[in-house]
Design a protein around this ligand. Structure first.
Ligand code: AMP
Length: 281
């Protein structure tokens, strides 16, 4: 596996590869890799000639500095996992490579309604930061295929919009969430949990599965309220339990029995903020 630290060098290398007709897949990550990331790499490998995985903990997408400082960093282990997964190129830039100047952090992206709800309203500025780093990474790598996880449902919708705004050639492929046997969605943030916290964290997916089982046309508030109460009884501080249109992410209080719905949860356990989602029908 080749490791690049400089944006210019990676860009030139990939330009040459593309001239030779190679197809490029890109998997952006913030490191602390787990099997969810590795699944994206393996899908990317099957779909292209060269896989590029970036590891960059993006400061501009953290609205909480403590969360940024505590984000797990396991770079040596990450490199080993990428080698073992058969990844071709790791891009491991410094902050100055991605944001060479203060002005490079200033661009504003018009994300419309998507930025005003769920993660957008709970984490002000988060999606602007996501777009900032993704625009830069997509410009450097300019991949044919971009692999991201459904685990970050709203982020996938935001990046899809960014691709449109940029006029990028990249085709976004959203891969299903990889879970532990107990249902817990794999996440770098799980590394911050105690053994007890990890056990309890699986209650999020259990609560969403219960909503899926109980879903019926009509009002949805009791389902949402029931899941929230259940999580609180297990020691979570719940940010939101919501049900939304799977297409537009508009929040729904009733269901007509037809519309495709997604359930989305954000909740704290041991002061770690976890998010997850489940398509309901
Ligand atoms: P992160 O390192 O958390 O920024 O995640 C990098 C990419 O991996 C994003 O596209 C995530 O949606 C995806 N990802 C994270 N966790 C999972 C998971 N459990 N299953 C599938 N993809 C995931």
């Amino acid at each position: 596996m080749k490791i690049f630290r400089k944006a210019g060098q990676l860009h030139q290398y990939l330009l040459q590869a593309k001239k030779q007709g190679r197809r490029i897949s890109f998997v952006p990550t913030m490191g602390a890799l787990h099997n969810g990331h590795i699944e994206l790499i393996s899908q990317a490998r099957q779909a292209s000639d060269i896989t590029v995985c970036s590891i960059f903990v993006n400061p501009t997408q953290f609205n909480n500095q403590e969360d940024f400082a505590k984000y797990p960093k396991t770079i040596a282990q990450d490199i080993g996992m990428l080698e073992a997964a058969g990844n071709n190129i790791a891009f491991v830039p410094d902050v100055s490579e991605i944001y060479p100047s203060e002005s490079s952090k200033k661009e504003y992206f018009d994300l419309g309604y998507l930025e005003t709800t769920l993660e957008g309203s709970s984490r002000p500025g988060h999606f602007q930061g996501v777009c900032m780093v993704m625009k830069r990474l997509l410009t450097i790598v300019d991949p044919h295929l971009l692999f991201m996880g459904q685990k970050d449902y709203q982020q996938c919708m935001i990046v899809s919009r960014l691709i449109g705004l940029m006029g990028s050639q990249a085709k976004l492929i959203t891969a299903p969430t990889v879970r532990q046997p107990d249902g817990l969605a794999m996440s770098s943030r799980n590394k911050r949990l105690s053994e007890g916290g990890l056990l309890r964290a699986s209650e999020i997916s259990k609560a969403m599965t219960a909503i899926r089982k109980a879903l019926q046309p009509g009002r949805l508030d009791k389902l949402k309220e029931g899941a929230k109460k259940l999580l609180e009884s297990k020691g979570f501080t719940v940010d939101y339990v919501e049900i939304a249109s799977a297409e537009t992410l508009e929040l729904r209080d009733t269901w007509d029995g037809n519309e495709k719905l997604v359930c989305l949860v954000a909740a704290f356990i041991e002061e770690v903020r976890l998010i997850d989602n489940l398509l309901l029908n």
